[in-house]
Design a protein. Sequence first.
Length: 332
Amino acid sequence: MSQNSLDVIGVGNAIVDVLAKADDAFLKANDIPKGGMILIDEDQARDIYSAMATGVEVSGGSAANTIACVASLGGNGAFVGKVASDALGEIFGHDLRALGVEYKTSPLREGPATGRCLINVTPDAQRSMTTFLGAAGFVAPSDIDPTQITRAAITFFEGYLFEQPIAREAFVRACAIAKEAGKRTALTLSDAGCVERNFEMLHEFIGGHVDILLANDMEAAALFGSDDVNAIADKARKLCPLTAVTMSEKGSVLIPRDGELVTIAPITPGALEDTTGAGDAYAAGLLFGLARGFSLEKAGALGSLAASEVISHFGARPAQPLKALAEKAGLL
């Protein structure tokens, strides 16, 4: 791969994550659905933040987390996402660039503040998210740089951002550029609720534009109408050339359009602290491997390795260099 090439470019929500420990009573008191994600307005964000326990603030967002993990694997990554011209926006950009990620999106000059996701983590390591999108939802077709897209082996889209009409237009533009350049596209479904709210549009978009689909078992069940892996596989093959379904402690399964299912064993972490970012990290390992021409088995194993590292500590980004862990495991 040439120095100017990119393994993966992500298009998603530019969010600053605020993580804190909580109990089920806190979730109930603040109407936060356990293990899911809901959108909130700026006033709600202020109220929940003021009630949360002391936590940590880190640059986040699903696709941005994936690209951060790609960089940790030694890959070349870029990100497209919208922040405001404010302090949190500057922090977000600085954090990404410090990882070696290419980030050039112009900030929003007028409108809402930089988005933030309030993540309350219960003792069972489940993360319950309330998100104020703010500027993040304003990614537009004009933010898509054709030069960046054509340099990337894979352009990766975040399902959360798909809900924004102007962002969907940006997705379609990026897909057209990628296809013309002979490059692949990927989409993560992000959340079962997101799938249910956008069911028909997602089917249309995936069938017309997506080469690699990523989902957890709940998202796959919502999209394909079944929790049986064989039934999911039958429908997935008709919709997309490659589908990856993660199943937590059961590992994952890769479903190529032509060929047998590929089962990927999980890698058990030394400790389970926080599942925030597990799917994002898995996507990084898988997509990085595919961008580098690895087999499905090897790319999936990289995904499991990255997810295992991220869930072993608090926060959604690696605490150890993933490249070193992958080399030790014989995957790089």
